[in-house]
Structures are given as C-alpha cells and as structure tokens.
Design a protein around this ligand. Structure first.
Ligand code: PMP
Length: 398
C-alpha cells in the first residue's frame, strides 16, 4: 500500500534553515524564520505566560480530557479579544467558538465546516497568501481560487483588483482575508478598504473567512480587530480563526480557536454542534495546557495588563525595526525606495529583490531569506542592522 506514495520535497523554508545552521560565519543573519525574535535573537517565553503557567500547574488536579469545544474560559476570553465586549453578535448569542490546536487547527475545522455545509464551496485566497493555507483547506475538500492582493511593483495592496475579483465571487462562496500583519507581504487593508469589502460581501452574499493570527502586532489589540468586528456587525455569516502562537508566544503549545458568527441563535446552535463534531472527527479533544494559560491571563487583571505590556513591546520593536531598516537603506542611497518596509506591518515583508540577489545575500553575505525575498523583520537587531543594510545595498548595486 505504501508503495504508491511519492516523496514530498521538504519545505523550502526548512531547507534554508538547514543551510543557515551549517553556516559557520560569525556574522550570519537569519531573516527566514517564521517566529518572533527579541533583540538577542531569542523567542522567549513571555513573563505573563511563565506566571500563569505556574498557577495553572499548581491548581491542576487532573489530566482528564477537556470538552471537545475546549476550555470555556479560554473561548470566552478569545471572543472578547476578537469582538470586544458588547458586540452585537456576542450579545445576540450568535457566536460559536471552539478551541483548536493552533490557528492551523482552527483553519482546518473551519474548512471542514464550510465543506460540510456545501461540498461545492469555493474559497478565494489572496495572492500571495500563507503557503500552508493551500494544504489545510484543500485537505478538507474545499475548492481554492485566488484573488489579486499585493502589487509587487507598487508595494501596496492592489485594492481595485481585489475588489473587482471579490465582486465576481458567487453567493455562498468565501473570501479568506488576513485580519492584520499579512503573511507574507505585510500590507494590510485600511479601515476604508475593510468597509468597501464589507459592502461587497454584503452585496454579493460572500462569506468573509478571516485568518487572524497576529492580533496586537500591527497597530494594537483593538485597532487590529477593526475588520473582524466590522464584518461581524455587517454580515450574517463570518468565519474567524484566531491563533495565540505569536501574540502569546505559545507556538508549540498549539493554541487557537475558530469562531463562527451565524445569522440567528438557532443556526448558531447548529453550527456549534457541527464544529464540535468536526473537531471530534479530526483530533477528538484539544490540548489543554496553552489554552489554560491564556484563560488564566485573560481572566486576571494583573496578568492581562502584563501581557498587554509585553505584547506592546513586541509590536513596538517590530515597527521600530521596520523604520530602522528603511532608514538605513535610504542612507545608503539604494536605487530602490524601501520606505514601504516602514509602512507595512507584522513580521513579514517582501524586499522585492530578485531570486539571484537573494542567493547572493546568502552565499556572499550569509544573510538568509526565503527565495520570494520575504524577510522576517524580527531577525534584525541593533547589532546586525548596518550589516544587513550594507549587504542589501551591495547586491542591489552589482
Ligand atoms: N495563519 C497565518 C497567516 C500564519 O502566519 C500562521 C502562523 N505562521 C497561522 C495561521 C497559524 O499558526 P499556528 O497554527 O501556529 O497557530
């Protein structure tokens, strides 16, 4: 039976990781990683997490399963983060939330729900999008299409083209939108663009499917939720997937959620039962530890305040590094204007350089990025920023 399997080439980013590890150069720089790093190049456990973890550990008196829908305190906390308190969808009892193994688990459960509701559902993904959207959604049986999103030459969202494509999506189909900190391009929708998109979805019966993996890392916890809250106010059906990997730094604990807004309570109950049934069919019960930590943090005023401080520190560091890199490149008089790096948000941006230039950065300067020229801004720090800027300027010159 196993003979029919064809080997799958390893992930391109993992290949770069291997090359980076093997590189002995003391000045090597890794801008390819997918996780947040601090000034010292570490991905630390947040202090609020350490404290909450201690409390969870000492209070825990059983390892029996949590329910299929997960930790109710976690689900409530996530709903409040996403919607803010008093949001009409929450007040009307039209939101069903299930704790999932990471945002990836949430995307998978959401995709199965859409496919179960209608096996012909088509989902439109931004061009480009997070590469893992493809296998996650395809494995659930969804048919995938693409809408234009990032204009590589103008270095901005091509909203006209996006709106034109969304306007042609059929009723009942879905458009997947990055809530903020677009991965991989860093270019987010403005509030006016979210409003225009809500109008389009409303007019054409398109279901917004929002992947919200970076809340708090663009403009702040509240501002980043603008699109989610607007869509949930304006549209009868919205699917939202949240991840606590980045904003709580809980990557390996696998903490996320899927939240579905329904038009009324009756349909909400049906959605909730289907979400639980799908989760049961994929992994049966979610892991507890990370969600228990998040629930603790969100229900304790002191821990929550500490988390918000730590999150703000990460956000300000990312945005500060963006400005710093753009300034350093401007000082070097590069032919390309890199001010877009300062305007984009989150961990990722495309430098917009060629594949050959990416390879030169790696082979001559030991600066590693993925071949699409996507960089993780968090890999830059005060010690390496001049070196990185010099290296980029050098490959642009020759
Ligand atoms: N969506 C996007 C756009 C992401 O970048 C990520 C993480 N890289 C995720 C979802 C899911 O992350 P996780 O499964 O670790 O929560």
């Amino acid at each position: 039976m196993l003979d029919t399997l064809k080997p799958i080439p390893p992930d391109a980013i993992l290949g770069i990781m291997v090359l980076y590890r093997a590189d002995q150069a003391p000045n090597k720089v890794d801008l390819s990683v997918g996780v947040y790093q601090d000034e010292a190049g570490r991905t630390p456990v947040l202090e609020c997490v350490k404290r909450a973890e201690g409390e969870v550990y000492s209070a825990e008196d059983s390892k029996t399963y949590v329910g299929i829908a997960g930790n109710p305190g976690f689900n409530r906390g996530i709903e409040e983060l996403l919607f803010g308190s008093g949001h009409p969808a929450l007040a009307d009892g039209r939101v069903a939330t299930v704790q999932t193994p990471g945002g990836s688990g949430g995307l998978s459960v959401a995709a199965h729900l859409m496919h179960r509701a209608n096996p012909d559902t088509r989902v439109w993904l931004s061009k480009p999008s997070w590469p893992n959207h493809l296998p996650l959604l395809r494995l659930a049986g969804l048919r995938l299409e693409h809408y234009p999103y990032y204009d590589q030459r103008a270095k901005r969202v091509d909203f006209e083209a996006m709106a034109d494509a969304v306007g042609r999506i059929g009723s009942g189909d879905s458009v997947l939108i990055h809530g903020c900190c677009h991965n991989p391009c860093g270019a987010d929708l403005s509030q006016a663009q979210w409003q225009a998109l809500a109008d389009l979805c409303e007019r054409h019966g398109v279901v917004p499917f929002i992947d919200f993996a970076y809340q708090g890392l663009a403009e702040g916890l509240e501002d980043d939720a603008y699109g989610v809250r607007l869509m949930a106010e304006r549209l009868p059906e919205v699917v939202i997937v949240a991840s606590c990997s980045k904003n709580f730094g809980l990557y390996r604990e696998r903490v996320g959620a899927v939240c579905v807004v329904s038009p009324d309570r009756e349909r909400n109950l049906r959605v909730a039962s289907n979400l639980s049934n799908i989760a049961r069919g994929i992994y049966s019960m979610p892991p507890d530890h990370g969600a228990a930590i998040v629930a603790r943090i969100l229900s304790d005023a002191g821990l929550k305040a500490l988390w918000m401080e730590e999150l703000e520190e990460m956000r300000l560091r990312l945005n500060g590094l963006r400005t710093l890199l753009a300034d350093k490149l401007a000082e070097r008089g590069t032919s390309t204007d890199f001010s877009f790096v300062a305007n984009e948000r989150g961990m990722f941006s495309f430098l917009g350089i060629s594949r050959e230039q990416v390879i030169r950065l790696r082979e001559e300067f030991h600066v590693y990025l993925v071949e699409s020229s996507r960089i993780n801004v968090a890999g830059i720090n005060q010690r390496n920023v001049d070196y990185v800027a010099d290296a980029i300027a050098a490959v642009l010159q020759a």
